[in-house]
Design a protein around this ligand. Structure first.
Ligand code: NCD
Length: 354
């Protein structure tokens, strides 16, 4: 069974297969209209969503399948106090694929421990958003044809954005990429991810001004400030870096502007008219990519790498937003990364608690 929790569990070749399939589907979607006949996709969303939820549902309908699910856990037995494990066990027994979005980090991995069908991570807190990354990469490839040698600006909230975290973790597998990290002091990319970029042999430049660097970029990935993930400081709005028509004047003719959406103040509405604005195409691509993911999940026979351990080392994850803090019955699982021991659920460094 192949879960889609973290793209690090997949080889580049496997992701290539999914992307190839998505291009094939985008060309002739009707060819696939019976491929999932009789199958059921469940979407259980504990956090708000428009694109992710609807594009998964649309994808399943276009493949001839059906969907069940909730978009607000207060309408489910979670509001009666049902634990996460029981919800997952039961819903997965009704469905062929389980798509989950949750505000706690590591929730999708936790779901995979109890699910009887493949689990797709549709966003677990500030941690990961792997299916969004495949959409982002598909759209970059559609416009630019390759991922190596890219100058990509990532702008906005680089600290709390799961789409950013997933995208960077994936792109560092390619070569000669320069990441222009454009953010204000409060929203800078975490050190651990900067370290990963540099260890991969790619390079990064941290800057505060979009106007200064936009002329260098092939791709500009804009993001909104994830205000639901931290305590609001009254003045966080001053941290919004704006892309407007004026700034776009300095950019290359073939720049590709992406945004996972929803957009707030960071891109002015007028930019939508510019041919370089590709974020609505990107959102539409979500349907084709998710159709490909659904189809390929049943073809991919490789297993999730079992590179974690639960040896009794008396370890404890200290991340307040990790699902293991709330669902106490979850086993402590960890993985080694060099000298460090990481929580297998949320990837935070954990300490020996002896
Ligand atoms: C993103 C998310 O939910 O992480 N949106 C999406 O899935 N398209 C980005 C965001 O909410 O800012």
């Amino acid at each position: 069974m192949k879960h889609i929790i973290d793209l690090d569990d997949f080889s580049i070749e496997e992701i290539d297969l999914i992307i190839k399939k998505a291009f094939e589907i985008k060309k002739e979607p009707e060819k696939f209209s019976d491929s999932m006949k009789g199958k059921i996709l469940a979407t259980i969303f504990f956090e708000p969503s428009t694109r992710t939820q609807f594009s998964f549902q649309t994808a399943m309908y276009k493949l001839g399948g059906h969907t069940i699910g909730f978009s607000n856990s207060s309408n489910s037995s979670v509001s009666k106090g049902e634990n996460f494990k029981d919800t997952i066990k039961v819903v997965s027994s009704y469905a062929d694929i389980l798509v989950i979005r949750h505000f706690l980090e590591g929730s999708s991995f936790a779901a995979s421990l109890f699910s009887s069908c493949p689990v797709f991570n549709a966003g677990d807190g500030a941690h990961l958003h792997p299916t969004q990354t495949i959409i982002d990469v598909f759209t970059i490839l559609e416009e630019k044809k390759e991922l190596n040698n890219l100058k990509i600006g990532i702008c906005g909230d680089l600290r709390f954005g799961r789409a950013v975290n997933s995208l960077i973790k994936f792109l560092i597998r390619y070569e000669n990429i320069t990441f222009f990290l454009i953010s204000n002091e409060n929203f800078k990319l975490p050190e651990s991810l900067k370290e990963k970029i540099l260890n991969s042999g790619n390079s990064l430049k941290e800057v505060f001004s979009l106007k200064e660097v936009i002329k260098n970029l092939d791709v500009l990935y804009m993001t909104r400030i994830q205000e639901e993930r931290f305590k609001l400081e009254e003045n966080f709005k001053q941290d919004v870096i704006l892309l407007d028509e004026e700034t776009l004047k300095y950019a290359k003719e073939n720049l590709v502007v992406l945004h996972p959406l929803p957009r707030r103040e960071e891109i002015s509405i007028k930019v939508d008219e510019d041919k370089r604005a590709k974020y609505f195409t990107q959102a539409l691509n979500g349907v084709f990519v998710r159709m490909a993911l659904i189809l390929e999940t049943f073809n991919l026979k490789t297993n999730l790498k079992k590179e974690f351990s639960n040896e009794k080392l008396n370890l404890k994850c200290l991340n307040e937003k990790c699902i293991t803090k709330y669902e106490k019955y979850l086993p402590t699982l960890y993985k080694n990364q060099g000298e460090k021991i990481l929580c297998k659920y949320c990837d935070c460094v954990i300490k020996k608690n002896i």
